[in-house]
Design a protein around this ligand. Structure first.
Ligand code: PEP
Ligand code: MG
Length: 952
């Protein structure tokens, strides 16, 4: 972070012209070992592109990107030239703020300066006598109190005074006037009654810019035995010029005026009555800013040059902020508009400015002199929110959208390694059965040797298991027999091998359930390995340095096979955030963006690709500055993670002392120990179908008991929530065949299946009870949609409870089907707990397949419809003294954590790698504020509106 410090100010510098001044500045930088002398060329070249005069007698000379190689250390120095130096042929500067920035840190300095530039500073800068004076001038806060139409809300439905205060503080927060923590500084005891139902409250904590927000209730509230219908919320600070506040108070205290204020419901009219800045009712046009580094000095200058050509007034605002003149460079810079934010231009009616709007929008679209990567016009509505929803493309040859679905957190970059199905050349006709069979056996032998070597060199269990499964497939006698049949018909070894594998894989994939399709991918994978040997095809060489793996789809088996040291990140054409492959990527902590469209397969194989697993964005051939930014961000994330990791064993308690239980989701019994090390206070979801899948045939009661004991032993007294077998849908078990179904997700899944195979359920429940030994065991049934299902499952468990009593047992259900959430008030009377599976609950509520390549990003668990079901479930449970957990992927989503906590859930269960960060996040939250956010989220109209409520 660049800061302006007094020891970096050089007073009394002299230069006869700009060239001498620039040399003087480089000398200072060289002296302080920030740059080498060659940096002077960078400064000169930059000035030739456009003078760095900022306004108010200040310039900000800095080098070109090419001259960054001469920077030894990022830093900033200030030089005071009391006689002034002519800088742009027109203006003299008295202060030069010279910047040596390896990436874009200079934008921070610019931000500080532009705040100062709003005031009239030139004379003070010129006459400054000391470094302290200069720093104080530059860091001056805007003194005037902001009050504009966007800080006023009428007809606000508020339940009570707390709610109203929250809304007033939200308005200030949304307009970037205050930061998190402002709300906690508002003290009800300091409310002042201004008369006629108008009250005021103020705080000077966490204030960025002094401002006032005004909220009027839909219906008056009772407060302190009086009426409250209008709340004036003042965010002040020490430097506040009080005159504007006094003006406002005069209006509010004036009885005649206050009555009109009371009756006025229109925000625009009310703003006028209060003397606030109003949004003029002028013709307007909007555009999303696409410049990579926002509206910084160069593009802003271009914009000013353009707008100044018109005599009519032109104003501009960012998102819903206040309007400023589009002809003032300093005001434009102070807007701090970033890429992706919406600029609204308005033009004074009946002047030439109205016609100028089209030209202005066009110029902004063209990048205002910079090369920009265009935003699609359609992104106008989505870019205002933090929603990651990609644009929908129905075309098969889709364009690269540069956005997919954020599937696994983190930033990664490296050369693209595009893995497409390989094609091989071979003759179909064989020489003789004997010769071709021999060829096949040699090839199989070679591939098996490779697999053995892989197994020997891999420490990760999941990778070993995948390769062992591949070995078994190769040893399958049926496979050999089928291929040999082809050889006997006169086919060559590669032709017979390919035909058989292709037919087998196609048949498997055609069963249309996802895990089966992934097993088909395994078959194709070994098929390809053998074929490559048979055809003497060269091995695919992986890039030497960590790369971005680009594939059509990455199944769990592919992910498990990845070498984490070589695969920096994953980018796929299809897939969704809650598909099981994404879950595995998260468990291995590899950043991933999925569902980015088929165009990613056409990315140039050696191009550098930068992916952001938190936003779903990716960039092909990023600029050096973007990579440097990514490295810096990743470094910050690493630091945050390292800090969070240090405290991961401590509980998750909010600032106002509300504690949440944080548990882990696991699918392998051996993962328990790591989960505990990562800070899990319980296992909140043991996906037993995954435990089953690690066995080649159905594990019997003893084998299961042994598995469950491993988990309970490693938990050492912490609770274990076990879900009974949840197969069907996208999770088939090879040894539990299910007849083909039209809609597997709506078919025999979870409890519907096991109730029809009660022996399987009995065996599992028995194994669990036997393993428990009075340790805290919680058993839950998946996919309950009807009370009858719950009762039937519970009755099976009850059969054994006398023979195998378990003193620390709770029995509950997963809430994954909307009908169960709606029936929660009834179910809550009978169960011990609910665990909400938001992956399925979202899929079934919104009728979107959770793995759908195009639609799954729209199935956001923060959709108000899902939140309403969660709210109903939590309220019903708490009414009957039962607890509620969340075990879907939503539990670890930073935007969802405050909302879920605010809705009152008692436990969050997630992939154990997410635990330290979620705990750290909760420690910074305020429960009361989360409750307010949650109540507002329930009233939102979309998931993106909910996401916009939450700051993090
Ligand atoms: C869920 O549906 O949210 C859940 C946790 O279960 P699974 O992802 O295993 O279907
Ligand atoms: Mg589920």
């Amino acid at each position: 972070m660049l800061v302006l410090e007094t020891q970096h100010v050089r007073m009394n510098q002299h230069a006869i012209d700009k060239a001498q001044a620039l040399q003087c500045l480089v000398n200072i930088l060289v002296e302080d070992q920030l740059v080498t002398p060659e940096y002077i060329d960078g400064l000169n070249n930059r000035e030739q592109q456009g003078a760095t005069y900022l306004g108010q007698g200040i310039a900000i000379p800095h080098g070109t990107p090419e001259s960054r190689q001469f920077i030894q250390q990022t830093g900033v120095r200030l030089a005071h030239f009391p006689e002034g130096v002519l800088w742009d042929g027109e203006n003299k500067i008295y202060l030069a703020v010279v910047i040596a920035a390896k990436s874009d840190e200079h934008l921070q300095v610019l931000q500080i300066l532009t705040r100062a530039l709003i005031s009239d500073l030139e004379d003070q800068v010129k006459n400054a006598q000391s470094p302290e004076q200069i720093i104080a001038l530059l860091q001056a806060q805007p003194a005037s109190l902001a009050l504009h139409e966007n800080l006023i809300a009428t007809q606000v439905p508020a339940q009570d005074i707390d709610d109203l205060i929250w809304q007033a503080s939200q308005l200030l927060k949304q307009q970037h006037m205050v930061q998190c923590g402002f709300l906690s500084g508002l003290n009800l005891k300091q409310m002042i009654h201004l008369g006629d139902g108008i009250w005021s409250i103020s705080s000077n904590q966490h204030v960025l810019n002094p401002a006032v927000s005004i909220v009027k209730t839909e219906t008056p509230l009772d407060f302190e035995q009086q009426t409250l219908s209008t709340l004036v919320c003042i965010a002040s600070n020490d430097q506040l010029d009080l005159s504007r506040l006094h003006q406002l108070m005069d209006i509010l205290f004036d009885t005649t005026q206050s009555q009109s204020i009371q009756s006025e419901q229109d925000e625009h009219q009310l703003a006028q009555l209060l003397g606030a800045e109003v949004i003029p009712d002028w013709p307007s046009q909007q555009i999303i800013l696409a410049n990579a580094h926002g509206l910084h000095a160069r593009p802003a200058t271009q914009l000013v040059n353009l707008t100044k050509q018109f005599s009519g007034d032109i104003q501009v605002a960012v998102d819903d902020g206040a309007y400023v003149s589009a002809k003032s460079l300093t005001k434009l810079l102070a807007l701090g508009c970033r890429r992706g934010q919406r600029l609204t231009f308005i033009a004074q009616p009946e002047t030439d400015a109205v016609d100028a709007l089209v030209q202005i929008i066009d110029a902004v679209r063209q990048g205002l002199g910079e090369e920009v990567e265009q935003f699609d016009e359609q992104s106008l509505s989505t870019a205002q929110t933090t929603d990651n929803t990609p644009l929908i493309s129905f075309e098969s040859d889709a364009q690269l959208e540069n956005t997919g679905i954020a599937a696994s957190t983190g930033l990664a970059f490296g050369p693209a390694h595009v893995v497409k199905p390989r094609e091989f050349d071979y003759v179909r006709e064989g020489q003789s059965f004997k010769a071709e069979n021999e060829r096949l056996e040699i090839a199989l032998h070679q591939v098996k040797n490779h697999l053995h070597q892989f197994i020997a060199h891999t420490s990760a269990d999941e990778i070993k298991q995948i390769f062992m499964a591949h070995l078994e497939m190769l040893d399958d006698p049926d496979l050999m027999q089928s291929v040999q049949r082809g050889l006997k018909q006169g086919l060559s070894a590669p032709a017979a091998w390919h035909d058989h594998i292709d037919a087998a894989a196609t048949a498997q994939a055609a069963l249309s359930d996802r895990l089966l399709a992934e097993r088909a991918a395994d078959l194709r994978d070994i098929g390809e390995r053998v074929l490559a040997v048979l055809c003497d095809a060269p091995e695919i060489t992986e890039p030497e340095q960590p790369y971005i793996l680009i594939m059509h789809d990455v199944g769990p088996s592919d992910v498990a096979r990845l070498n984490k040291d070589r695969v920096a990140g994953i980018l796929t054409a299809v897939g969704g955030a809650s598909a099981h492959s994404a879950i595995v990527a998260r468990a291995l902590a590899i950043p991933a963006v999925v569902g980015a469209g088929d165009a990613v397969l056409n990315i140039d194989p050696h191009a550098t690709v930068l992916i952001n697993g938190d936003t779903g964005e990716f960039v092909v051939a990023p600029e050096q500055a973007q990579i440097e930014d990514a490295i810096a961000t990743r470094e910050r994330q690493r630091e945050l993670r390292a800090q969070a990791q240090q405290h991961c064993l401590e509980p998750a308690i909010t600032q106002d002392q509300h504690q949440l239980e944080i548990a882990a989701n696991i699918g392998k019994v051996s993962a328990t120990a790591q989960a505990v090390t990562d800070g899990a206070e319980a296992i909140g979801l043991l996906r037993t179908e995954l435990v089953f899948m690690s066995h080649n045939s159905a594990p019997d009661e003893q084998a299961q008991e042994a598995d469950y004991r491993v988990v309970l032993d490693a938990l050492a007294g912490r609770p274990l929530v076990v879900r009974t077998l949840d197969v069907g849908g996208d999770k088939p078990l090879p040894y539990l065949p299910i007849a083909e179904e039209e809609n597997p997700f709506l078919g025999l899944r979870g409890i519907r299946l096991t109730l029809r195979k009660p022996t399987l359920l009995r065996q599992q429940l028995l194994a669990l009870l036997k393993a428990a030994d009075d340790r805290p065991l919680r058993i839950m049934f998946p996919m309950i949609g009807r009370v009858e299902e719950w009762r039937a499952a519970k009755a099976i468990l009850d059969e054994f409870r006398t023979e195998y009593p378990c003193n620390n047992l709770q029995v509950g259900i997963m809430i994954e089907v909307p009908s169960a959430a709606l029936l929660a008030p009834i179910l809550a009377q009978e169960v011990d707990f609910f665990s909400i599976g938001t992956n399925d609950l979202t899929q079934y509520t919104m009728a979107i397949d959770r793995g759908h390549p195009l639609l799954s990003a729209e199935a956001d668990g923060l959709h108000p419809s899902v939140l309403l079901l969660i709210d109903q479930t939590v309220r019903a449970a708490h009414e009957h003294g039962k607890w509620v957990g969340i075990c879907g992927e939503l539990a670890a989503d930073p935007k969802a954590v405050p909302v879920l906590m605010g809705l009152g859930v008692d436990e969050l269960s997630m992939s154990s790698t997410s635990i330290p960060l979620v705990k750290a996040q909760i420690r910074g939250l305020n429960y009361t504020e989360c409750q307010r956010i949650a109540q507002h989220a329930l009233k939102c109209e979309s998931a993106s509106a909910v996401r916009a409520l939450v700051e993090c």
